[in-house]
Ligand binder design. Structure first.
Ligand code: CAA
Length: 281
């Protein structure tokens, strides 16, 4: 059922979502806010495809074919005629609602999805004149590799929009799971207290960083330890998600550990800034 998909925001998540739909045979439009941001997005998608080639999941020929189906632009009118438009810009309510208003000018019959990991869908839906076509499609990082997509169905979302999102996620090889519009949905409700607890254990000196990660990796069979994973996600992103859930629920287990807040204020954001719980080259 390939067709056209649009993604707003060429960051890590938006680029990964674009790559996944390209690999499933869709033509993809990615909208960025500046020439610089779309240039970076193109580099990100190219680098991820090179990784796939290195891992044997893609050939150089596939890469060139997929890139010919991709259009990066700053012009929102290019999204017209899409089956779905997926918003993946910064995790800030005002930024997202501004983008949703822009999308709606050209969305036609398309469903509009947000890749938010923590902002309630209900809060964003009010920016749209027709919120029935709007819902959450929460992908996981790295998107081309990770299977699940939380399909976040708000009270205002129509059943047709939910069914369309589920079939699109399946069409790009993902496993869609329907969830309610609950703070943190399922993934981050479960994940964030674990990452936070690992930081609290490090703060208390219960074990060193390698010790904590090795116990979880080997003992609980996780592919990455919690501190390594927090660095991978970004400590600023983790903190924002925790605060968003804490503000909605008042539940202390989501209150970011002092160590996480300190690192963020020092600019130690994890892999992307070359230092977080670990140092990176
Ligand atoms: N594009 C396409 N395919 C790729 C690829 C790419 N860039 N990179 C790898 N692949 C393919 C590989 O070819 C391989 O395919 P096969 O299984 O068919 O062989 C598959 O993807 C997996 O690759 P690897 O086994 O080589 O990957 P790895 O062993 O290096 O593991 C990892 C890397 C997947 C990141 C693993 O460490 C992992 O699962 N870590 C945990 C990640 C995680 O928890 N993410 C969730 C973060 S939370 C989140 O995202 C939500 C939020 O809101 C914060």
């Amino acid at each position: 059922m390939a067709g056209k998909i649009s993604v707003i925001g060429p960051g890590t998540m938006g680029s990964g979502i674009a790559q996944s739909f390209l690999q499933a045979g869709y033509s993809v439009v990615v909208v960025g806010r500046s020439d610089e941001s779309i240039k970076k997005g193109a580099e990100r998608i190219g680098a991820s495809m090179d990784k796939a080639i290195k891992k044997g999941a893609m050939s150089e020929q596939d890469k060139q074919k997929l890139l010919s189906m991709l259009k990066l632009t700053t012009d929102y009118s290019e999204i017209s005629g899409s089956s779905a438009i997926i918003e993946a810009v910064a995790e800030e309510l005002d930024e997202k609602t501004g983008v949703l208003k822009q999308i709606e000018k050209f969305s036609g019959q398309a469903i509009i999805a947000t890749n938010t990991s923590s902002i309630p869908i209900k809060k964003m839906a009010s920016a749209l004149s027709d919120p029935s076509k709007f819902l959450g499609m929460h992908f996981f990082n790295p998107v081309p590799v990770m299977k699940p997509v939380e399909i976040v169905v708000a009270e205002s979302t129509s059943e047709d929009a939910a069914a369309m999102a589920i079939s699109l996620a399946k069409a790009c090889g993902k496993v869609p799971i329907r969830v309610k519009d609950y703070p943190g949905f399922v993934a981050n409700s479960v994940l964030m207290p674990m990452l936070n607890e690992a930081a609290l254990l490090l703060e208390k000196g219960v074990a060193d960083r390698e010790g904590i990660d090795t116990i979880v990796k080997l003992g609980l069979n996780h592919p990455m330890g919690p501190l390594e994973l927090a660095d991978f996600i970004g400590l600023d992103v983790c903190k924002d998600i925790m605060e968003a859930i804490y503000n909605e629920t008042g539940d202390e287990k989501y209150k970011p550990a002092k160590l996480i807040s300190e690192k963020v204020s020092q600019g130690k954001l994890g892999r992307k800034s070359k230092e977080g719980f670990y140092e990176y080259k």
